[in-house]
Design a protein around this ligand. Structure first.
Ligand SMILES: Cc1cc2nc3c(=O)[nH]c(=O)nc-3n(C[C@H](O)[C@H](O)[C@H](O)COP(=O)(O)OP(=O)(O)OC[C@H]3O[C@@H](n4cnc5c(N)ncnc54)[C@H](O)[C@@H]3O)c2cc1C
Length: 366
């Protein structure tokens, strides 16, 4: 009997659980290949803490090669650039084409420069994603010449946390501003979080403007009302979309471009394809695109991929209706929210720190 081939596309938050599971329970007669452009998975939950100076870089990344080795998985350093669901093949940026019997996709989203509208389209400003590139560039920046005027474009969780992290890192000598977009600060969060968030920015001297960026350049941002925001560091935290290589794959996509999945995390059109995290869009019940849901989907993804390989029916993932959301505030303080309730304090940061470190420890980072 020929071996089945399982391809793990992307080493995102959910895929880490698949690797971990394979290390414990390796099915016979299955070859497994992990395709990842980076040898490390950056844990975004700790990235603002790294920028603020609370963590070293090594504390915020999961090394993928040791996990792959422990699971008996072959690692190929490449990125998917195309997929043919009918032929069951993935095209890679190194020119290779690989076949699969079962595919598990957790490649995350890409940043959408078009969200800036107008002529803006990023103006050569580095994007937040791929996070690896942003991390490397910011490391250089901090070593060479830390900025004095930071403008963050985007008022979601990433923009909010990074603005406060820059403020903490640079101290009072720097000016930090956040341009939230028309929807305002933390618009996906309940009112109590938005209130605490706005207060946290004001208390820490971060200027917050509800307006949309029209043009972005390396040294300035122009908002739709014509105001010019001079900067020597611009952070584009303008939101993400599903990657373009999914288009033309033959896989059914949701209206937002994400890989349309069932409650079992299987593709709606191709049951041998599974997907989790920000690349996927669950059609029965759209889930927030968030690190929390990506992590929580991991166990179900591992379960169902293994069930498929064993010829067993997959089981629906009962995704939580509510999750604990934690936002760091630059210094060692954070906001926690659960449904409409929100609290803030240093003890919340210590709580978040314990959760984050536990997650990293599970994947071999101490
Ligand atoms: C600064 C910051 C703060 C954030 N704060 C929060 C927060 O407080 N709460 C929250 O819930 N969310 C937060 N987020 C969002 C969170 O990071 C994402 O929702 C989460 O990363 C999605 O996880 P994922 O596993 O789907 O994708 P990712 O974490 O992006 O992982 C995808 C992996 O796939 C790899 N990959 C990418 N492209 C390809 C390809 N073509 N082929 C193969 N592999 C590929 C990547 O290298 C990466 O290893 C924040 C994000 C940032 C940047």
């Amino acid at each position: 009997m020929t071996a089945q081939r399982l391809v793990l596309l992307g080493g995102g938050h959910a895929q880490l659980a698949v690797l971990q599971r394979l290390a414990r329970q390796r099915p016979a007669g299955v070859d497994v290949l992990l395709v990842t452009p980076a040898l490390r998975q950056v844990y975004s939950g700790m990235l603002p803490g790294w920028l603020a100076g609370h963590y070293t870089e090594a504390q915020c990344v999961v090394a993928l090669a040791p996990l792959a080795e422990a699971a008996g998985v072959v690692l190929r350093q490449a990125a998917a650039v195309g997929l043919d669901a009918a032929a069951r093949t993935v095209r890679l940026d190194d020119g290779g084409v690989i076949g699969y019997d079962v595919l598990s996709v957790n490649t995350g989203p890409v940043q959408d420069p078009a969200r800036l509208g107008g002529e803006g389209h990023g103006g050569g400003v580095p994007m937040l994603r791929p996070i690896e590139d942003w991390l490397a560039r910011t490391t250089r920046r901090l070593a060479e010449m830390p900025p004095r005027r930071v403008v963050v474009v985007g008022g979601g969780a990433a923009g909010f946390e990074l603005a406060l992290a820059w403020r903490h890192r640079l101290g009072a000598v720097a000016e930090v501003a956040i341009i939230t977009g028309a929807s305002g600060l933390l618009s996906n969060y309940p009112a109590a979080v938005r209130r605490l968030g706005a207060r946290a920015l004001a208390e820490r001297g971060v200027r917050c403007t509800v307006s949309a960026a029209r043009e972005v350049a390396l040294n300035a941002v122009v908002t739709v009302d014509g105001r010019i925001w001079a900067a020597d560091e611009v952070v584009l935290a303008t939101g993400t979309v599903a990657p373009g290589w999914l288009r033309g794959s033959g896989l059914m996509l949701a209206a937002d471009g994400g890989l349309a999945t069932r409650p079992t995390l299987q593709s709606v059109s191709h049951p041998e394809v599974f997907a989790a995290g920000d690349v996927a869009s669950r059609v029965d019940r759209p889930l927030p695109r968030s690190g929390v849901y990506a992590v929580r989907a991991g166990a179900a993804l591992a379960d169902n991929v293994l069930r498929r390989l064993a010829g067993q029916p997959p089981v629906a993932w009962d995704a939580p209706v509510r999750t604990l959301n934690l936002l760091s505030l630059g210094e060692r303080s954070a906001i926690a929210s659960w449904g409409p309730l929100a609290v803030q304090g240093r003890w919340v940061w210590r709580w978040k720190d314990r959760i984050d470190r536990r997650f990293m420890f599970r994947h071999g980072t101490t």
